[in-house]
Write a protein that binds this ligand. Sequence first.
Ligand SMILES: Nc1ncnc2c1ncn2[C@@H]1O[C@H](COP(=O)(O)OP(=O)(O)OP(=O)(O)O)[C@@H](O)[C@H]1O
Ligand SMILES: [Mg+2]
Length: 297
Amino acid sequence: MTALMTTNLGATPLLGRGKVRDLYAVNGDLLLVATDRISAFDYVLGSGIPDKGKILTQISLFWFDLLKDLVPNHLITADVREFPAALRVYAGQLEGRSMLVKRAAMFPVECVARGYLAGSGWKEYRTAGSVCGIRLPAGLQDGSRLPEPIFTPATKAEGGTHDENISFSAVEKQLGAAQSAELRDLTLAIYSRAAAHAKTCGLILADTKFEFGKTAEGVILADEVLTPDSSRFWDGNTWKPGGAQPSFDKQFVRDYLEEIRWNKQAPAPALPDVVVERTRAKYLEAFRRLTGRDIGA
Ligand SMILES: Nc1ncnc2c1ncn2[C@@H]1O[C@H](COP(=O)(O)OP(=O)(O)OP(=O)(O)O)[C@@H](O)[C@H]1O
Ligand SMILES: [Mg+2]
């Protein structure tokens, strides 16, 4: 079993490589290819997780389908046989892990919904008693459930730097009141539907990030959706507010990096086989629990 760390599609114009995905231009459309790279503490690690890109792509596809009556999305096809002929020769790299999508004019806002306090939300609450300017009741803990889900937008930071939480009025200044309200309402509606589904699988969807774009047909849901890379999933059985919750997918990785006392600076270390194996099993478990089927990867 090997991990696909980087793709090479010959003359296909490469638009960029994110921490996890490689992005290509295909005629007027985009090709998103999820590799097996894994990041922790904002660094891509020296080892990949075999099939992670396939599992995450299949999770996104599952959600696009589950949400399609709520919001249109950017997917054209994830079936390599329907890709332009020039791409089909790369099927070995693309199968299961790529999506041909409509290119949209992306809104410059990360649309985050939170149903629970964690990460930057918890940090801001601890010092300000609010998140993105939304006042919250006193006495909440790290991991607490919020009285109701909230929209906590963030700026889209360039190249690996940290996103910054912003207030809804800052979004309104940039996009106007009507457009901002539309993105907020969509974000919360999708979160509710997804959190309800996750609950039936014994999972808590603590928070998640969406990216929307605009095409001639209107606003569409783009990027990846509701994957462990864009969301915090917690195991409903072990959830216990009062400290950082175990990460569903990356806990073995984080524990290992703490254990070797990595200084969280480049170069990021590689992972021992046992950590890779256990982490792979968690991604497969996430897929199986969310979709009720096996991936066959
Ligand atoms: N349908 C689409 N049309 C146009 N751009 C899109 C579409 N879907 C996703 N994108 C953009 O493609 C890019 C995907 O990059 P990717 O998320 O892999 O890396 P990144 O955001 O640069 O870094 P990171 O790995 O930290 O997320 C993002 O900028 C995203 O906004
Ligand atoms: Mg991204």
